[in-house]
Every structure is written in C-alpha cells, then in structure tokens.
Design a binder for this molecule. Structure first.
Ligand code: PEP
Length: 251
C-alpha cells in the first residue's frame, strides 16, 4: 500500500511576513495521520519554514538543486548537500517552468535527480506535456521520453527512492485540471513504463498529480488507482485550502 504524499510548491511566492503568516496557518492545521505532507518554499525562506514548523509533522523541501551535488564554484546555485544540511528531505527536479522558461534539458534534470539522491534527498521528478503536444496525441510519448531519460541514465532502481509528479503544462496555474480519467491514463502509463523494467519498483513508487488541484477536485483525482497524492501550486499558499487537500488524500 503506497502512503499518499501531498507537497505544496510555493514557487517564487512569499515575503518574510507572508511566509510567517503561512507558517502560522500550517501549524494550526489538523493533518491526516496516513498522509505525508511537505512544503517547498523558495530557498531564501527554507530556514524560516523549518524553524517555524518545528515539531509539526510536515517535511520541507526545495524547488530545485544544482547539477553538482556538493558545494563549490557554481554561482547562484544551491547544492543538494546544502539543502540536506539545511534540513530539507526532498527536492523538485524538472518542473515545467524550469524546463520551459530556463531551458532545462532532460539530461540536466537527470543530473539533478542523481545529485539529490547522492545527498539523501528524495527527488520529485516532474513530467508533463504541453497543450500542443496533447492535441497532437503525443502525451504518452513526451512523458515517456522525460521519464525514460532518467531510467536510462540512472537505472530503474533509482525510482525506489524517488517520486514522480505528472503535471500537464496546460493545467499548471491555469485553473484547467486534467480529468481524473485523463490523469489516471498517464499515471498508469508511467507505472507501466517502470514496471517493464522492475515490477517491484513500479508498485512502490508514488505518482503525484499536479495542475490546478484544489480542495474541490482533489477527492476525485486522488481516488484514481495510480494517483498517490498531489503536487499543489497556487492552492498551497492558502493553509486552509492546502489542509483540505491533504485531508482529501487521506480519504
Ligand atoms: C505546480 O506548479 O507544480 C502546480 C501544480 O501549480 P498549480 O497547482 O498552481 O497549477
């Protein structure tokens, strides 16, 4: 039985004041015991969040890490070892905003995935197609290639200590959500691709759905057999809404 995971991606949002407010809201939440919950603040606020959530059963992660695992000469980047030192336990790799706006390639994302794991962090590999790719019937091909690069580079065994998040690009921050059936189809394909290499790894890996998840649509999405929780953007900036989504994952 896979334990659900709900992770809140705060993206590039927040100030010291708004982060303090959000921490206060998160501390007051009644979180379900059967669900792992994490928040991923901008790096600048990770210390504030870790200190503010001390004693609360909530993991803290980052939204990105450097291709090099250890500290060194790489201006502007943050190493996975530094994230680990700060108290992070997971990190996003390959978010579509980084693939699209910053041009991160599948190869670079594989390196970040490996860097994260080598420092004991759980990488959350984000995959997903654009609207044009979906309309051209290329969804499974695109997602299969994004996943396949990491399998080829690092071996399927790497997914025994990782999470995959399916996030259709057309659903991120747009208010459009994949239907539970659309999401399930891609999640099943991801699991099948992993199962073709190693059935046990495929059975154990958690597959999250992301893309305009709210309390109002979470129950239906999380009810699908291959959806093991969510990666939540906008809605994770509201503690009450985020709490309701976490409870939906516990149903
Ligand atoms: C995200 O950025 O990972 C995301 C899923 O965003 P949103 O929930 O706002 O669509």
């Amino acid at each position: 039985m896979r334990r659900p995971l709900v992770a809140g991606n705060w993206k590039m949002h927040g100030t010291r004041t708004s982060v303090a407010e959000l921490i206060k809201g998160l501390r007051q939440l009644a979180l379900p015991t059967g669900v792992d919950v994490a928040v991923l603040p901008p790096c600048l606020y990770i210390n504030q969040v870790i200190q503010g959530l001390d004693g609360k059963a909530l993991a803290v992660g980052a939204q990105n890490c450097a291709v090099e695992p250890m500290q060194g000469a790489l201006t502007g980047e943050i190493a996975a070892s530094q994230l680990s030192d700060a108290g992070c336990t997971l990190v996003l790799v390959g978010h579509s905003e980084r693939r699209q706006i910053l041009g991160e390639s599948d190869g670079v994302i594989s390196r970040k995935f490996a860097a994260a794991q080598s420092c004991g962090l759980v990488p959350v590999l984000c995959v997903g197609e654009t609207r044009e790719q979906r309309e051209a019937g290329k969804t499974l091909e695109v997602v299969g290639r994004q996943l396949g690069t990491v399998i080829e580079d690092l071996g399927v065994g790497a997914f025994s200590r990782a999470v995959v998040a399916y996030e259709p690009v057309w659903a991120i921050g747009t208010g459009l959500t994949a239907s539970p059936e659309q999401a399930q189809e891609v999640h099943a394909a991801i699991r099948a691709q992993l199962a073709a290499e190693n059935a046990e790894v495929a059975r154990g890996v958690r597959l999250l759905y992301g893309g305009s998840v709210k309390a109002a649509n979470a129950v239906e999405l999380f009810g699908m057999p291959d959806i093991d929780g969510g990666l939540i953007g906008g809605a994770s900036l509201n503690a009450d809404e985020f709490g309701a989504i976490c409870r939906a994952a516990g149903n």
